[in-house]
Design a protein around this ligand. Structure first.
Ligand SMILES: NC(=O)C1=CN([C@@H]2O[C@H](COP(=O)(O)OP(=O)(O)OC[C@H]3O[C@@H](n4cnc5c(N)ncnc54)[C@H](OP(=O)(O)O)[C@@H]3O)[C@@H](O)[C@H]2O)C=CC1
Ligand SMILES: O=C(O)[C@@H]1CCC=N1
Length: 274
């Protein structure tokens, strides 16, 4: 993929490593990517691993960039935006933010107003081109801005536009945080396999390939998750015993409560940084 637009990432942490890795792997020219990251070893490793330009301060990275991608912690978004407001007003970039909870209205206000702001909620499988991203654009973003934001995120996996910004907290709770839920399930399966007497290496190899194989069936077979589940479940067999144990223990309610807690935390992050 060619991507002529210059993009400056503000913050060079876990999410940006995944996004930059995904972009470069998809053929995006590293010369068009800049990152601002204050931590020396983190900045140097991003520059070394991906051949991008990395700067210690945001002001250096954003100057002249078409897209400013904010990827700092939600708790510092206000300070970072307010510091960059004069430059944003002079340059009028397309602003993209991946910060959980922080609204487009807040970001535009902190940057001085009158700017197109796209909220993007990617996830870390972006590193492998297997990310999932929800997108929301404020009213100042024109068709070209939407196309640029979509092209940028689509190079790391499928994108979904969300019409109501209130739903971005649910996107964050489902797919933004979602990889961690799958990793937790994998951890629990490995530990359970070991508890049942398997050697650690065998438990790990079997659990990880099972997660991969099941994920591929979910995405490649075209079958609904419940249909795939039923095909594993022989009447009165081992899977039925496990699934009945999950249902008795309230598995679905546990998942629903966890995703609700994540969504509520997104709302809190917005309110506490207002
Ligand atoms: N991790 C994930 O899976 C996802 C994260 N997000 C969102 O992405 C954002 C970043 O998350 P994540 O990458 O995990 O966080 P990290 O803490 O790993 O990365 C943020 C980085 O930004 C640095 N930073 C702080 N202030 C500035 C500044 N003024 N200029 C430039 N860089 C600065 C931080 O340094 P220091 O540590 O010194 O403060 C840190 O290295 C968050 O808002 C999060 O909600 C969205 C989707 C998924
Ligand atoms: O945990 C967080 O707050 C961020 C947002 C989504 C994934 N990580």
């Amino acid at each position: 993929m060619t991507f002529a637009t210059t993009i400056a990432f503000i913050g060079g942490g876990n999410m940006v490593r995944s996004l930059v890795g995904g972009l470069v792997a998809q053929g995006c020219d590293p010369a068009t990517i800049r990152v601002a990251e204050p931590i020396d070893p983190v900045r140097e490793s991003l520059a070394g691993d991906f051949g991008i330009k990395a700067y210690p301060t945001a002001a250096e990275a954003v100057e002249g960039a078409h897209v400013w991608m904010f990827a700092v912690k939600p708790q510092v978004m206000r300070t970072v935006c307010e510091t960059l407001a004069p430059l944003a007003q002079a340059e009028k970039p397309l602003v993209v933010s991946v910060a959980a909870g922080i609204s487009g209205v807040q970001i535009e206000h902190w940057l001085g107003g009158g700017l197109g702001v796209v909220r993007a909620m990617p996830n870390t499988p972006a590193l492998l081109g297997a990310g999932a991203t929800g997108l929301f654009a404020n009213a100042n973003v024109d068709a070209n801005g939407r196309a640029v934001a979509e092209q940028l995120l689509a190079s790391t996996g499928p994108t979904t536009w969300i019409g109501d910004e209130m739903q971005m907290d649910a996107v964050t709770a489902l797919s933004g945080s979602g990889p961690a839920y799958v990793f937790l399930l994998a951890e629990a399966m490995i530990a359970a396999g070991e508890a049942e007497g398997l050697p650690p290496d065998a438990a790990r190899a079997l659990a990880l390939q099972t997660v991969l194989g099941a994920a591929r069936m979910l995405t490649e077979s075209g079958e609904a998750p419940d249909e795939l589940r039923k095909r594993v479940t022989s009447p009165n067999g081992t899977t039925q015993a496990a699934l009945e144990s999950f249902e008795r223990d309230g598995f679905r309610a546990i998942v629903a409560r966890a995703i609700h807690a994540a969504r509520e935390r997104g709302r809190e992050l917005s309110a506490m940084n207002d």
